[in-house]
Design a protein around this ligand. Structure first.
Ligand SMILES: [Fe+2]
Length: 192
């Protein structure tokens, strides 16, 4: 059965670049699950708002290391998929660091396959709602989300500045690598 979850600004407030306690009940995105449309199981609609210049974004999460790949497809709009790779040191996951960061630029029709070592969060960098499909059926554990909450978001914040996409490091992480912008097509070709 299809279920719908709305995520308000209050939900993503702890993950924002700048706190904004106004209009906390504004809906930032809507998740529709179990849609069962071909390979697609979930549909997420992300508003085109900006919060103190920051693009509206989804919460972001990791997957368990033995998880299957997840595929996303952009149905409408223009997004940047922020990906950060788990930092493994001596066989142990250091949640306060990330190994690599990509900003994957995606438009309608683009598909992005996510391997389990990449945490991921969508930012809507367009002027219209961003609509993405994904094929994830396996649910989540709290561990998928708690590192993102603990470190107050992903490794970088995406901000609009005079119509351009800029980024600000999240200084709650240590020794951040330089992020790289990449097209969805090049991300797929390189099989990261
Ligand atoms: Fe995911």
């Amino acid at each position: 059965m299809i279920s719908i979850t709305t995520r308000t600004k209050e939900f993503i407030q702890p993950l924002l670049y700048k706190d904004d306690d106004k209009s906390l009940d504004t809906i930032m995105y809507v998740c529709t699950t179990e849609i069962n449309q071909g390979p697609w199981q979930n549909c997420t609609i992300i508003s085109a708002d900006r919060i103190n210049g920051e693009f509206t974004k989804t919460h972001g999460h990791y997957h368990q290391e033995n998880a299957s790949d997840e595929t996303y497809k952009v149905l409408q709009g223009k997004g940047v998929f922020v990906l950060q790779k788990k930092f493994i040191s001596d066989g142990k996951w250091d949640q306060g660091r990330v190994k690599e960061v990509f900003f994957v630029e995606a438009e309608e029709g683009d598909e992005i396959i996510i391997k389990p070592h990449w945490a991921h969060s969508w930012s809507n960098v367009g002027k219209n709602p961003l609509i993405v499909l994904d094929n994830w059926k396996d649910g989540h554990t709290p561990d998928d989300y708690t590192p993102i909450i603990k470190y107050k978001g992903m490794a970088y914040y995406l901000i609009e500045d005079k119509g351009n996409i800029t980024y600000v490091p999240n200084n709650n992480y240590k020794d951040l690598p330089q992020p790289r912008f990449i097209s969805a097509r090049d991300f797929a070709i390189n099989n990261y």
